[in-house]
Write a protein that binds this ligand. Structure first.
Ligand code: GLN
Length: 193
C-alpha cells in the first residue's frame, strides 16, 4: 500500500518530498488507474478551479469521489482543502468539490493585503507551535458538528480540521521542514477509523 499524491497541478513535488522525509514512498496520481491500491491520497495546494477542471478532463473526479466515499484517507492542503470541503464560496460556478468534510470555505478569503503570510500555530496535541505558510488561502467560515478543529489562526479562524479520515489545512505544511502534520496523516492511513 502506498500513499498517492494528486499530481495534476500544484505543489505535488513538495508533498512527495515531505513523505519521503518520513520514509514513506508515494506515487503521483494522474489517471483513474493510479488510484488502485492506495492507502491514502494527498490533494496539494494549487488552484482549485484548475484542479477541478483537470479532475474532470482526466476522468479522475468520479472514481476518486467513489474512493473517498469508500473511506480512502485524504489530506488536502489549501486548494486541496477547497476540493474536499462541502461548500465553496467565491468559486467558479462550475467548480466541483468532493464534499468530504463539513466546512464552508471562501476562496482567497484572507484578501489581497494578507494574501500570503506566515504564522506559528498552536495545534491540538502538539507540544510546540507549527510554522504555517498561507498563500491565497481559503477562510473557513462555518464548521459542521462532526468536524474537529485542530488549530485556529489567532485563536479565531479554523485552519486545520479533521473529520474521520479526512484532514485539511488552509496552509502549506509541505513548504516548511516541520513534518508533524504529514506524520499525522501517515498515521491516519495506517489505522482503522
Ligand atoms: N486560491 C487558491 C484556490 O482557490 C488556493 C491557493 C493555494 O492552494 N495556495 O484554489
Amino acid at each position: 500500500m502506498t500513499i498517492g499524491v494528486l499530481a495534476l497541478q500544484g505543489d505535488a513535488r513538495e508533498h512527495t518530498a515531505a513523505l519521503a522525509d518520513l520514509g514513506e514512498g508515494s506515487r503521483p496520481v494522474r489517471t483513474p488507474g493510479d488510484l488502485d491500491g492506495l492507502s491514502g491520497l494527498v490533494l496539494p495546494g494549487g488552484e482549485s478551479t484548475t484542479l477541478s477542471m483537470l479532475l474532470e478532463s482526466s476522468g479522475l473526479f468520479d472514481p476518486l469521489s467513489g474512493a473517498l466515499r469508500a473511506g480512502l484517507p485524504a489530506f488536502g492542503t489549501c486548494a486541496g482543502m477547497i476540493l474536499l470541503a462541502s461548500t465553496v464560496l467565491d468559486g467558479r460556478s462550475d467548480q466541483r468539490r468532493f464534499g468530504m468534510i463539513d466546512l464552508t470555505v471562501r476562496r482567497n478569503g484572507y484578501g489581497r493585503q494578507a494574501a500570503s503570510f506566515e504564522k506559528e500555530l498552536s495545534v491540538s496535541g502538539f507540544d510546540s507551535p507549527v510554522p504555517a505558510v498561507f498563500i491565497r488561502a481559503p477562510v473557513v467560515e462555518t464548521v459542521g458538528p462532526d468536524v474537529d478543529v485542530l488549530a485556529c489562526l489567532d485563536g479565531a479562524r479554523p485552519v486545520l480540521c479533521r473529520q474521520g479520515r479526512v484532514l485539511v489545512s488552509a496552509f502549506h505544511p509541505e513548504l516548511t521542514s516541520d513534518r508533524r502534520l504529514h506524520r499525522m496523516f501517515v498515521a491516519m492511513t495506517k489505522t482503522e477509523c
